[in-house]
Design a protein around this ligand. Structure first.
Ligand code: ADP
Ligand code: MG
Length: 331
């Protein structure tokens, strides 16, 4: 690979990360000690951060363009889950060497998704060390409208966007644990490498959803975060309603497909709860979306905080497999 020792930190930033601003609210962007931005009147700032480490979140075979895309996508997904409109981003880059081919592709992927969602890169930091990427995104919500994860109420209906389990299946295909049928490999790998943050849906859910979270660790693991610890609430999940892609159902048998859809991470769909009186409004505001959210169950009173799963009206028992990814959990 091409390595150019002449490119130092400053012209590296200039060359790859200083881009034209698409927003009128960036007063000072990349180049000064700090960025200055204008927060719109009557709005609150929402700030999220995610880190990707080589060997943990991706490996040497992951295309750098995908790493750039996904780094921004996972952050915009967190903003979407809060109901926030993305505005600005900041990138902390730790690189083992200056590899121009890698930087070209990585910054290309990062800029493409940033421009699409009009999220300006306004600053960052560049250091030498094991390949680690940290992105901080900021977005705005009208005062008091951010959607929290801990406000679900008993009686709320549970919804999820898009389809579940595809990224998890892609990972297992790439690792050689499973093999794909019917030529679905590329579309599945795209779901893993180029996730779509549900930016528009998140903002539509303001004032409609009681609570929302993005599915990054697996449906069951993230569902657990939606049930307030003291709330004495459980969930009834109807597996018949789980949105599963054709790629998933044609590759796996039904038990495996459910298990993956329930426990595999990296889907970046929105999981949210809607009170009975807002269901009609949800229908109306999402009627134009290509991937309409589907209702997969209901939040119920339950002191034991159980997740009860049914398939065709019968109790369904999960096969004994590993739950959602936990960086510090038992293997
Ligand atoms: P300082 O020494 O004042 O901390 P730096 O030399 O780290 O400044 O950065 C110079 C400018 O370049 C700053 O505006 C900073 O936000 C920006 N910057 C540094 N690294 C990156 C990066 N990877 N992406 C975008 N902007 C960056
Ligand atoms: Mg400084």
């Amino acid at each position: 690979m091409k390595q150019t020792p002449k490119l130092d930190e400053f012209n590296l930033i200039e060359h790859y990360f200083k881009a034209k601003s698409y927003r009128g609210d960036v007063i000072v962007g990349v180049g000064d000690d700090g960025a200055v931005t204008e927060v719109p009147a009557d709005h609150q700032l929402v700030t999220v951060t995610d880190t990707m480490v080589e060997g943990v979140h991706f490996d040497k075979t992951t295309p750098p363009r995908a790493i750039g895309h996904k780094l921004v996508a996972v952050n915009l997904s967190d903003l979407a889950a809060m109901g926030a409109a993305p505005s600005w981003g900041s990138l902390a880059l730790t690189l083992p060497t200056i590899d121009e081919d890698w930087l070209h592709d990585f910054s290309g992927g990062l800029k493409e998704i940033s421009n699409y969602y009009e999220c300006d890169l306004i600053g960052g930091d560049t250091t030498r060390g094991p390949l680690t990427l940290t992105y901080t995104a900021q977005g705005v919500v009208p005062n008091g409208t951010a959607i929290r994860r801990d406000q679900a109420k008993a009686g709320d209906w549970l919804y999820v966007s898009g389809s579940l389990g595809d990224a998890g299946l892609a990972l297992r295909l790439l690792q050689g644990e499973l093999s794909a049928t019917h030529g679905h490999l590329q579309s599945l790998v795209n779901r893993l490498h180029y996730p779509t943050p549900r930016v528009a849906l998140g903002q539509l859910l303001r004032g409609v959803a009681n609570s929302c979270i993005d599915v990054s660790d697996g449906l069951l693991a993230d569902l657990n975060h939606l049930l307030p610890k003291k709330g004495q609430m459980g969930v009834q999940l109807e597996l018949d309603k789980l949105p599963l892609s054709l790629a998933l159902t044609e590759t796996l048998d039904l038990d495996e497909a459910f298990a993956l859809a329930l426990t595999a991470g990296d889907d970046y769909e929105l999981l949210f709860t809607v009170p009975e009186q807002n269901r009609g409004r949800l229908e109306t505001i999402t009627s134009h979306l290509k991937d309409k959210p589907v209702c997969i169950g209901r939040i119920v009173k339950d002191e034991q905080r159980q997740v009860k799963m049914t398939y065709q009206g019968e109790h369904w028992q999960m096969p004994d497999i590993k739950l959602g990814y936990n960086h510090f959990g038992a293997p």
